[in-house]
Write a protein of this length. Structure first.
Length: 212
């Protein structure tokens, strides 16, 4: 029972941290502010999360879990072109009936924090890489004419376009409707890769980090 209570309390704190990041961004975050959003005392927060980096790591995990759950319940139940389209549409908040989480300001803050936190940087990099590997598989299934290299490149480009779009919205205030432009661009990229063979000599490893 004690372990269950502890896990529930930690979940409460993590959700409070997410809410605080989403409301105020990274520059104004503090244990006191997170405790306020979580509905707990500062002392209780420090008991469960003496290391703030581990708290932010768990926020990353919370956000990633929400995406996994939504994708399993939507695109995961489909086959053929509808599956890939649902997958891509979801990340641009274009999937009917399943809205993308409103978490862009929090993700923007976590990405900024990753510049100084190896813990958060590693967690985010791993999550985006996992998304890339899933996308590579989906591209290869839907378009057998793509080479393995092309499918990997498209997965990288999709993640870059998706993250870049939402960062422009969250950080710079550009209108969210630009998602239609970026999503259409992804379809054009897919078609261009299907029409043009791989360029000889490209050896850069996709989804490798500088330390690998």
């Amino acid at each position: 029972m004690a372990q269950t209570d502890s896990a529930a309390r930690r979940r409460q704190i993590v959700e409070g941290a997410f809410a605080a990041l989403q409301a105020h961004g990274l520059p104004h975050i503090s244990y006191d502010r997170i405790a306020e959003f979580a509905g707990v005392t500062r002392q209780l927060m420090r008991y469960h999360y003496p290391d703030p980096d581990l708290l932010m790591k768990d926020v990353c995990d919370l956000l990633a879990a929400r995406y996994r759950e939504a994708l399993v319940s939507t695109a995961g139940k489909l086959d053929g072109p509808a599956r890939l389209n649902a997958f891509l549409d979801y990340f641009f908040d274009l999937l009917d009936g399943t809205p993308k989480p409103r978490d862009d300001r929090a993700y923007d803050a976590l990405m900024s924090l990753s510049a100084s936190s190896t813990t958060v940087r590693g967690e985010l990099a791993g999550q985006y890489r996992l998304l890339g590997e899933v996308l590579t598989h989906e591209f290869s299934l839907q378009f057998p004419d793509l080479t393995a290299r092309a499918a990997e490149e498209l997965s990288w480009l999709f993640v870059c376009l998706m993250y870049g779009h939402w960062k422009m919205v969250a950080s710079l205030g550009y209108d969210e409707s630009h998602k239609h432009v970026t999503r259409a661009a992804m379809d054009r990229l897919i078609q261009s890769y299907r029409q043009q063979p791989d360029t000889p000599g490209r050896t850069t490893g996709i989804w490798l980090r500088s330390a690998e």
